[in-house]
Design a protein around this ligand. Structure first.
Ligand code: ADP
Length: 458
């Protein structure tokens, strides 16, 4: 702390339409303060005179009209750039806003946006910008993250939907996991379904199943929430550019629509959705010419989907495997222990193995690409298997499935997540497991789903 206090501050002056790009390592801290002018980080405005602290981050402070920043600390990379795609991003927002205004007037659905592209082209950053701009204009869009590698809202391995109605935290980004964990079980917990693997390609059938469940849940939310309905949703995805990726993109576009709504909704809502077939209607392709051309060929002529091409920002940083693993670990750690801004103390508990049921999916968990040609692994890809081997669970992250005792176990994959626990120890003889949980007391549900994520407390 003392050492940081002694570090000299520096001034960075940015002209209009410039940005200050920076990278900070995980074990160092830097601070940025807006002294004069206006500035934003991925669409969220900085307040004048407030010190923002960053660690393990790669980001940019952008200004439309010019500003002066006071920066402090050891940056891994820092430079000022004057070529950014921000104007095209703003124009995209304005076009979406137009759709929202029309939606309001005509009692229609707002834009349903899907952002696709390779890894590390700035998809999540663009989503943040579009969501923030909508928020700044009084909207409350739903941010859908189908990127299971990152866990941008909560744990890695989940697909989530969050109705964004508060400004996105400048320091912590979308998913301040701390607040997620703190709100476990409450209505502010993002809606999450557990896929359990990093890449969608690892179990395509399961990935499609959980995204379908999520889209169904979003539909029901939109059916009852006018704000969300008019603002629409923005879907963030993992890098999907190979054949498997194309297959998944088509599935998402087909799936995030207004059909197949279950009969339990109010009749007027039913008719509302029935009248209009509402699928993804804006497809943004970021930073990939061929993907754009392919998508344009498939959807461009349909007139139901506008295919938009946007270019990647020169500031986007490719994150290597090591950084991503570090990011995942940080996310998991934050889920239990919170962030410096909102610290949490998790509870360690002993649970009888007989009081819980741990499940995993599939028999052989091998990516389809690893199987011999012509062999189909899809039959057991969504098969639930009970885990009786204790060692297998050690150091695993388990999702607590929000399913009632009375419901059939076969429906586990169709239910959302109530929270997560971590298995820190297992005692085969006594048939007990030690778990770490963000909240005290008995587990709210007994069915737990295991994926491939392991973690070690450090
Ligand atoms: P994707 O979602 O396509 O994988 P991200 O939006 O996560 O890409 O961006 C990759 C990394 O680059 C992130 O760490 C992000 O914060 C950083 N980044 C994005 N845009 C900029 C920028 N203009 N300047 C500096 N860093 C950026």
């Amino acid at each position: 702390q003392d050492k940081e206090d002694l570090e000299p501050t520096r001034e960075v002056t940015l002209g209009p339409d410039h940005e200050f790009r920076f990278e900070v390592e995980f074990n160092t801290k830097v601070s940025i303060k807006l002294q004069k002018g206006t500035a934003e980080i991925f669409g969220t405005e900085l307040a004048v005179g407030v010190t923002y602290t960053f660690s393990g981050r790669k980001a940019a402070v952008y200004t439309w009209h010019g500003c002066t920043l006071e920066v402090k600390g050891q940056f891994l990379v820092e430079y000022t750039a004057n070529e950014t795609p921000m104007t095209s991003y703003l124009n995209t927002h304005l076009a979406l806003e137009q759709i929202r205004q029309n939606a309001k007037q005509n009692q229609d659905l707002g834009p349903r946006v899907l952002v696709i592209g390779p890894h590390d082209v700035g998809k999540t950053s663009l989503c943040k910008i579009l969501v923030s701009y909508s928020l700044r204009q009084g909207g409350s869009p739903i941010y859908v993250s189908l990127d299971t590698t990152e866990g941008s809202i909560t744990m890695p391995g989940t697909v989530t939907a969050t109705c964004i109605s508060n400004i996105i935290d400048v320091e912590e980004g979308f998913g301040s996991s701390a607040t997620t964990a703190a709100s476990m079980g409450s209505s502010t917990m993002p809606l999450a379904y557990y896929y359990g693997f990093e890449s969608p390609a690892e179990n395509v059938k399961l990935y499609k199943l959980v995204t379908s469940q999520l889209s169904e849940a979003i539909r029901s939310r939109m059916a009852v929430d006018e704000e969300c309905r008019n603002s629409g949703f923005i879907i963030d995805t993992a890098g999907l550019i190979d054949n498997v990726g194309y297959d998944i993109i088509q599935h998402i576009i087909q799936d995030f629509n207004g059909n197949n709504i279950s009969s339990s909704y109010h009749t007027h809502i039913l008719t509302f959705f029935k009248k209009k077939k509402k699928k993804v209607n804006v497809l943004i392709v970021l930073g990939h010419e061929r993907l754009y051309s392919d998508m344009n060929r498939i959807y461009g002529s349909s007139q139901k989907v506008s295919v938009v091409k946007l270019s990647k920002s020169g500031g986007v940083v490719e994150r290597d495997r090591q950084f991503k693993i570090r990011l995942q670990r940080t996310k998991i750690h934050e889920y239990f222990y919170g962030t410096p801004k909102c610290e949490l103390s998790p509870y360690s508990m002993l649970v009888n193995h007989d009081d819980i049921k741990i499940w995993r999916v599939g028999d052989v968990i091998a990516p389809s690409s690893a199987l011999p040609l012509g062999m189909d692994s899809s039959s057991n890809e969504t098969q639930l298997v009970k885990v009786d081997n204790y060692d297998m669970c050690l150091h695993s992250i388990l999702a607590i499935i929000n399913i009632d005792q009375t419901e059939s176990e076969n429906r586990i994959l169709e239910n959302n997540v109530a929270g997560f626990i971590y298995v820190s120890d297992v005692d085969e003889e006594k048939r007990k497991v030690t778990i770490l949980s963000p909240s005290p007391g008995r587990l709210p549900k007994k069915h737990l789903l295991m994926g491939s994520f392991k973690w070690m407390e450090t």
